[in-house]
Write a protein that binds this ligand. Structure first.
Ligand code: CP
Ligand code: NVA
Length: 305
């Protein structure tokens, strides 16, 4: 079925859809209830976690309930997924019970298989390749603090991981420049950057000094993501990329600091920065709730006309 409104990856969505979803999230946060009170009453969201989560789990559970709906949460280990039931069969079965499915999984291919076989909307709650819900919250946060997104310069410093990939996807949609400083072996996929730039993005791989100079937003993430195994090699390659008071000072004086959390304090970011005046990481965490309410309304109700 082609008319299902999935939320799979930012590069699969139009700029106007993404901006409308953010606007829905803003309205929910402001208490304007654009679809009325409890617009998702009678609807159920299934949450599938093949990896740990705090923010994604709680923000989807609370968000769905605030919108009047219900949730059911499955962990791989305690469901038949952990015993080898296929994603396709899981999709077919859950579609008989629930109105939407969010999945946090390893490979993007599992997300797409779920969307292929589900007859209800599927939401990407993180894969090894992307984390679009996080970036919607991040962009909401930047807009709140900077008043706009277009024309800003973001510096991504550290591992070119799943979260960074969704920032790359977002650059052409929202018109911000993204300078990325990542060491050899930990750079994002070049093809992603080329595709984003061909669509009007302003993404550049560069060194740390150039990335930070003039940056309005400084973003990093952990050096060892869930599922990564090369801990020692990562620590060695990534330790020059720490955001500390000295490196943060290379950005604009009024730059803000973002991190999707959980933070590995005093690895990718020091306490002084993450707890300092430029850090907006807890606004960012809160905005997972509001931005995802926009995503849920989009998937389950559509956009207001
Ligand atoms: N940022 C984020 O996705 O956090 P969790 O892993 O706690 O869900
Ligand atoms: N890059 C991190 C993000 C966690 C929210 C990971 O995948 O583990």
């Amino acid at each position: 079925m082609t008319d299902i409104r999935h939320f799979l990856d930012l590069d699969k969505m139009s700029a106007s859809e993404l901006k409308d979803i953010l606007a829905l999230g803003d309205s929910e946060k402001a208490g304007k209830a654009p679809f009325g009170v409890k617009p998702l009453a009678g609807k159920t969201l299934a949450l599938i976690f093949e990896k740990p989560s705090t923010r994604t789990r709680v923000s989807f559970e609370v968000g769905m309930r605030q919108l009047g709906g219900d949730v059911v949460t499955l962990d791989a280990d305690s469901s038949q997924l952990g015993r080898g039931e296929t994603i396709a069969d899981t999709a077919r079965v859950l579609s008989r019970f629930v109105d939407a499915i969010m999945i946090r999984t390893t490979d993007e291919s599992k997300l797409h298989e779920l969307a292929q076989y589900a007859t209800v909307p599927v939401i990407n709650g993180l894969t090894d390749q992307s984390h679009p819900c996080q970036i919607m919250a991040d962009l909401m946060t930047v807009k709140e603090h900077k008043g706009k997104l277009e024309g800003l310069k973001f510096a991504w410093v550290g591992d070119g991981n799943n979260v960074s990939a969704s920032f790359i996807h977002a650059s052409p949609k929202f018109g911000f420049a993204l300078d990325m400083a990542c060491p050899a072996g930990y750079r994002p996929n070049q093809g992603l950057i080329e595709t984003a730039n061909a669509e009007g993005g302003k993404v550049r791989l560069t060194d740390m000094d150039s990335a930070l100079a003039g940056a309005d937003v400084v973003v990093t993430d952990c050096w060892v993501s869930m599922g990564d195994e090369d801990y020692d090699a990562r620590m060695e390659a990534l330790s020059p990329y720490q955001i500390n008071e000295a490196t943060m000072a290379q950005a604009k004086d009024d730059a803000i600091f973002l991190h999707c959390l959980p933070a590995h304090r005093n690895e990718e970011v020091t306490d002084a920065v993450i707890d300092g005046p430029q850090s907006v990481v807890f606004d960012e965490a809160e905005n997972r709730l509001h931005a995802q309410k926009g995503v849920l309304l989009y998937c389950l109700n559509g956009l207001p006309s």
